[in-house]
Write a protein that binds this ligand. Structure first.
Ligand SMILES: O=CCCC(=O)O
Length: 452
């Protein structure tokens, strides 16, 4: 039995009976059967359904968002924004998929030669709880438009969201087997990946989960895509606009109560403006309103589970033992963790080296551009980096020196349907979103037509 527990009230919201092995097999069979027709569906029809799906989300955004808030504690305004972003990705692919997947003509000595993009079949998505709708939609919108179908193994604490996504897709008019939620625990994932009818797997989650899933997929010679953790740096150079940079850094770090892979977790500040930035950071962070996640004006909710809040507390305690200093927050009450600022963080500190998945920002100073680059790249993760400076030429000269999958100048790192999204190093491989994302799970079929 999987349980949904409201992390703000502690109340058990719902229990979900797990699907048996034979239930799962039936669902995969249905997906495989649906794929055989779905792959021939015209772009016009797929676009129509995808626009319907966007409409379904927008028309019911409060209900879908409330399920997110109740299951994992995301403040309701941010949950509504998440649903709106899902509608955006649906509309984006409804409008662009046909063009993104048109055949690529390549001149050779053949009469005609080109690459066409054919779907693979049933794709398994293993998804996390932190953006329970968005993480699924950024997979399923391009997958369906490309002619694939999906089965989902969602995080066990957000099963109501998973069920609601299946319902939304059905309400939009997609054939039944296009997207199905599997109510299963993680133990069952291995057999599903090994099932011949599953053609590839995408996972967003932790490094251990990604490594386990990718190993099994590798043994089965199936493609995998991994979006794992991140420990993005926010680099504030001495010529930055301090007020705007700090505002952006606070959003970058404390969005989603700090539980985001792309959150800016390590603030690196030029030593000449260090004190000024720390002061502005304290002032700005103090303004964030904590409270009941169902209240419209709450910005900091609770963490999704108490064990996660305890892990963050443990990281903080180890950092303090190593010489770091808390200048704001630092206290935990069950699932609530105060927005926390920690200064004097060295590059050996656990909160510098490990991913901190909650409302805690670490601050480290640097002297030179080279030192800043070195600190950014010191992380095992490589999802993205934000650089704050008024000197665009300087910023542009630094871009190639960062190891990360994305560099944002004077902006927080964010995902956008129009831009590729993905990391390097322990942050994973492959790209989601944009025309790169829709091409991840396709057979790039080379066609060569000769005339005797
Ligand atoms: O947790 C990482 C994903 C966050 C996002 O895509 O905005």
């Amino acid at each position: 039995m999987l349980k949904s527990i409201n992390p703000y009230t502690g109340e058990t919201l719902e229990k979900f009976k797990e699907h048996s092995k034979s239930d799962v097999s039936k669902k995969i069979k249905k997906a495989d059967k649906t794929f055989k027709d779905w792959k021939h569906t015209t772009f016009a029809r797929k676009s129509e359904l995808m626009h319907n799906l966007a409409e379904e989300l927008i028309n019911n955004k409060k209900d879908y968002a409330t399920a997110i808030t109740k299951e994992m504690g995301k403040p309701i305004a941010q949950a509504i924004a998440e649903i709106e972003k899902c509608a955006w990705v649906c509309n984006y692919y409804a409008e662009h998929a046909e063009n993104q997947l048109k055949k690529e003509i390549i001149e050779t000595d053949a009469q005609e030669s080109y690459v066409r993009f054919d779907p693979l079949g049933v794709i398994l998505a293993v998804m996390p709880w932190n953006y329970p709708f968005w993480q699924v939609f950024r997979f399923i919108a391009p997958a369906l438009m490309a002619g694939n179908v999906g089965v989902l193994k969602h995080a066990s604490n957000v099963m109501r969201c998973a069920e609601n996504i299946e319902k939304a897709i059905q309400n939009a008019g997609f054939p039944d087997g296009c997207f199905q939620n599997l109510i299963i625990s993680s133990k069952k994932v291995e057999n599903i990946i090994r099932d011949k009818r599953i053609k590839a797997v995408t996972l967003t989650g932790s490094k251990p989960a990604g490594s386990a899933v990718a190993s099994i997929a590798g043994e089965e010679i199936k493609k995998s895509l991994l979006e794992l953790g991140g420990s993005n740096a926010l680099v504030v150079f001495e010529d930055a606009n301090i007020e705007e940079s700090v505002k952006t850094c606070v959003q970058a770090r404390f969005q989603n109560t700090g539980q985001s892979c792309i959150a800016g977790k390590r603030l690196l500040v030029h030593e000449s403006i260090y004190n000024e930035v720390v002061e502005a950071l304290i002032t700005e962070t103090r303004e964030l309103k904590s409270g009941d996640p169902l209240e419209e004006d709450t910005f900091i909710g609770v963490m999704a589970r108490e064990d996660l809040a305890k892990d963050l507390e443990d990281q903080l305690n180890r950092a303090i033992q190593g010489g770091a200093k808390v200048v704001l927050g630092g206290k935990r009450n069950k699932t609530y963790f105060e927005p926390t600022i920690v200064i004097n963080v060295s590059k050996k500190s656990p909160i510098f080296l490990e991913e901190t998945f909650g409302p805690l920002i670490s601050v480290t100073s640097f002297k030179t551009d080279m030192e800043a680059i070195d600190l950014v790249n010191k992380s095992d993760f490589g999802l993205g980096v934000s650089v704050f400076t008024e000197d665009f030429e300087r910023a542009k000269a630094l871009i190639s020196q960062f190891d990360d999958g994305a560099v944002f100048i004077n902006s927080m790192v964010k995902s956008d349907p129009r831009l590729p999204f993905g990391g390097t190093k322990d942050s994973g491989y492959g790209r989601e979103l944009s025309s790169d994302g829709i091409k991840e799970f396709l057979n790039r079929k080379t066609v060569y037509i000769n005339k005797f």
